[in-house]
Design a protein around this ligand. Structure first.
Ligand SMILES: [Zn+2]
Length: 317
């Protein structure tokens, strides 16, 4: 029932967006004909390149549809494709720790390498655990920068500089499109701020891995996940699950959010214990084959999240 409702909401939303975003959508294919070949590691930067470069770039997404991104490593064939490309865009070294090998392998080949996280202030990976348990096991930085729309704007700025370097003749075209797209991202940011100024609860209980740290920080949300690590294969902490169940019962929280592309085992357990409903909070690391065929965009994913957050946090109540 909920799933049907969710699909109906998503479809309605997609339709609305189709009307309002005429001309910015690409056909649901990872490859379009164009001049420069771009390889992007994750979905957000794949979509950002599409939005800025349109038909001037032939952009491919390194992740096959539906594949979980944290455990992904490029195959030798992928590495050959990157070397043959004009530009390679990655999220940052904490998301793609294998990137050093690629950078070394492409030196002298003329491939423009774009670190989309350049200039973005990264959050420590263990921040949540430190607050909760006083543990000081420093691991790294949280890689999920793209879920904060303001960081997404910074990523777009990094990407447009890369495109200009890879294809100087297209400079005015890329800068113009980037400017238009950045305005849409600012509008998305404004709508999230507006949404969270009118919700009953600012507490997101997440059954998935800790992906929405930057997002929660941007909008002053309380974001709680039972996972210690930053990847879906990290083991959820049973003590934290019990704590969350208690916390939800005490605060009367009616919904738990779950992540995309993996079986939401933890969310199901917690929903079963508490009778809470389950809602998708899409981390946009990667997309399913169906989403790819629909030609879904980063902004559509985030607007979908916004609708479900309104439902889960009691918008206007
Ligand atoms: Zn993640």
């Amino acid at each position: 029932m909920l799933k049907k409702l969710f699909i109906a909401v998503l479809l309605t939303f997609t339709l609305i967006l189709n009307f309002s975003a005429c001309g910015t959508k690409q056909a649901g294919s990872t490859v379009s004909s164009g001049e420069i070949k771009v390889v992007a590691t994750l979905f957000p930067q794949y979509d950002f390149v599409r939005q800025i470069a349109g038909d001037k770039a032939n952009v491919s997404l390194l992740l096959p549809p539906g594949v979980e991104s944290h455990a992904f490593e490029p195959s030798p064939k992928d590495i050959v494709e990157i070397r043959k490309s004009g530009m390679f865009v990655y999220t940052g070294k904490y998301m793609e720790p294998w990137v050093d090998r690629i950078i070394k392998g492409t030196s002298g080949s003329g491939v423009v390498i774009v670190d989309a996280s350049a200039g973005i202030e990264l959050i420590d990976e263990n921040q949540q655990e430190e607050e909760d348990s006083g543990e000081e096991s420093y691991v790294g930085k949280d890689p999920h920068i793209w879920l904060d729309p303001v960081n997404a704007i910074r990523m777009v700025e990094n990407i447009v500089e890369g495109l200009v370097q890879a294809d100087p003749k297209g400079e005015s075209f890329y800068r113009k499109n980037a400017g238009i797209y950045e305005k849409k991202l600012w509008e998305l940011d404004r709508k999230f701020s507006e949404t969270f100024s009118k919700v009953k609860s600012k507490k997101i209980i997440y059954g998935g891995h800790f992906a929405f740290g930057y997002f929660a920080k941007r909008y002053g949300l309380d974001y709680i996940s039972p996972y210690k690590g930053f990847a879906p294969d990290a083991e959820p902490n049973p003590q934290r699950i019990a704590e969350l169940v208690r916390n939800m019962e005490e605060s009367g929280t009616k919904f738990i959010f779950f992540e995309e592309l993996v079986e939401p085992k933890v969310a199901k357990v917690i929903a079963g214990e508490t009778g809470a409903g389950m809602l998708l909070l899409h981390g946009a690391h990667n997309i399913s084959r169906d989403e790819l065929n629909e030609g879904i965009t980063y902004i559509e994913i985030m607007e979908g999240n916004m609708e479900r957050l309104k439902q889960g946090l009691g918008y206007g109540e």
